[in-house]
Design a protein around this ligand. Sequence first.
Ligand SMILES: *[C@@H]1O[C@H](CO)[C@@H](O)[C@H](O)[C@H]1NC(C)=O
Length: 208
Amino acid sequence: MLRTIFLLSLLFALSNASVQDFCVANLKRAETPAGYPCIRPIHVKATDFVFSGLGTPGNTTNIINAAVTPAFAAQFPGLNGLGLSTARLDLAPKGVIPMHTHPGASEVLFVLTGSITAGFVSSANAVYVQTLKPGQVMVFPQGLLHFQINAGKSSASAVVTFNSANPGLQILDFALFANSLPAELVVGTTFLDATTVKKLKGVLGGTG
Ligand SMILES: *[C@@H]1O[C@H](CO)[C@@H](O)[C@H](O)[C@H]1NC(C)=O
């Protein structure tokens, strides 16, 4: 009898323990490095854990003929605090996600349609490139330079997932040519010729 009472009271105590299963984003508050503050659990709905925006292709009418549709905490409040984020990638014919890195996350790419050549370069400068078909996934280790380019004549799409809410993004050509870094420093630090640097600064909107 005593044992039963003890077990019942233990069960009761455990069921009331405030385990924080999730922290659905309060988008009315500012995002911090740790994510958004949580809304109160009583206000959480099933739809907070669902994002419907990845079913629609992004607009690829731009210089890279490609679009990234994010599903981060700002778009997908249920992801907040879980250390994950995801996005849809659309590549029109000739579309490319130029050489870039995510300083804060590894990435898994899952090809939905079309054919995508993807690759990364390791710290040892080894090159790992594959042309992927629908259903295949490729992983890009954290921080390494990588790219995706349409390998076919039709459009291609993929879903990417990151093991961080804030993977970060630095695009190599933008870092070199789309800012005010003086042309002579770009020439001096990249071994490119001045004409090429000037041309790329022009195309990408850089100054200096
Ligand atoms: C796609 O983007 C282009 C360039 O910004 C714009 O002109 C076009 O209207 C957009 N298309 C759609 C369907 O939103």
